[in-house]
Design a protein around this ligand. Structure first.
Ligand SMILES: [Zn+2]
Ligand SMILES: [Zn+2]
Length: 247
């Protein structure tokens, strides 16, 4: 499968780092992971039919991870009415209530063709051939990290999290691990990881390839890779928007 980074930054990042979003693709099976502000524009930069996205996975309801969701659904409706009915949206508990609160003023275009909404309840999920497991992160009351597998290949995505022991088994031996790396060690903020913790999670989970992402401007320096490498000796990539990787 192919991963395309759509957003490696957060809400305060410069335009080169859009807030959170990643596209996973295998043949005509397309999964979108997070839909932060600007992701719809990032998607339009790709040779991609927006109505071809079969699954959207949301880590949590902070706006840097989900604010473009309804805009994307509107675009899909206008491109091909009814296409939202073919879409599955997976997210934390509260997804249905959140969706209803956002969607209540949208009218018929949305309500006559609702996507399938699936709240993670602790059991593994399957959608459009993607195998999806999740674990709570140390960030908001219901925030999630995910492991997504297809044809024996695995992607781990930490979402937003503080150090969380329970993520180690979810990330174990992942072919690619997207792990948040928000702020430098000396500016540690509760609810987020620093290069030391990002590297430690990759090391303890023995991931094959670490991609540091969700990078705040204060952490976005040319030595970021070295600061992570001090704690993880495997392959490291610092995420860049539109970077494409075969997993
Ligand atoms: Zn967050
Ligand atoms: Zn965030």
């Amino acid at each position: 499968m192919e991963l395309i980074v759509l957003g490696s930054g957060t809400i305060t990042s410069p335009p080169e780092r859009n807030p959170s979003g990643y596209l996973l693709k295998e043949e005509n099976h397309i999964l979108l992971l997070d839909v932060g502000p600007g992701i719809i524009r990032q998607l339009k930069m790709l040779p991609l039919d927006l109505t071809g996205i079969g699954v959207i996975v949301i880590t949590h309801f902070h706006l840097d991870h989900c604010s473009d969701l309804l805009a994307l659904l509107m675009a899909r409706h206008l491109l091909r009415p009814g296409s939202n009915k073919e879409l599955t949206i997976i997210g934390p508990q509260g997804l249905k209530a959140w969706f209803e609160s956002q969607a209540q003023w949208q009218g018929k275009w949305l309500h006559n063709a609702l996507p399938v909404l699936v709240e993670w309840q602790g059991a593994d999920l399957q959608a459009d051939g993607w195998y999806i497991s999740a674990e709570h992160t140390a960030h908001t009351a219901n925030s999630l990290a995910y492991r997504i597998e297809r044809h024996g290949k695995s992607l781990f995505f930490s979402g937003d999290t503080d150090w969380q022991e329970a993520l180690i088994p979810l990330a174990r031996n992942a072919d690619l691990a997207l792990i948040e790396c928000s702020l430098p060690d000396q500016l540690k903020q509760e609810g987020h990881l620093t290069p030391k913790e990002t590297g430690r999670l990759a090391r303890e989970a023995n991931v094959k390839h670490l991609m540091a992402t969700h990078i705040y401007p204060q952490n976005d320096t040319s030595d970021l890779k070295d600061r992570v490498a001090a704690y993880f000796s495997g392959k490291i990539t610092v995420a860049q928007d539109f970077l494409q990787i075969t997993i």
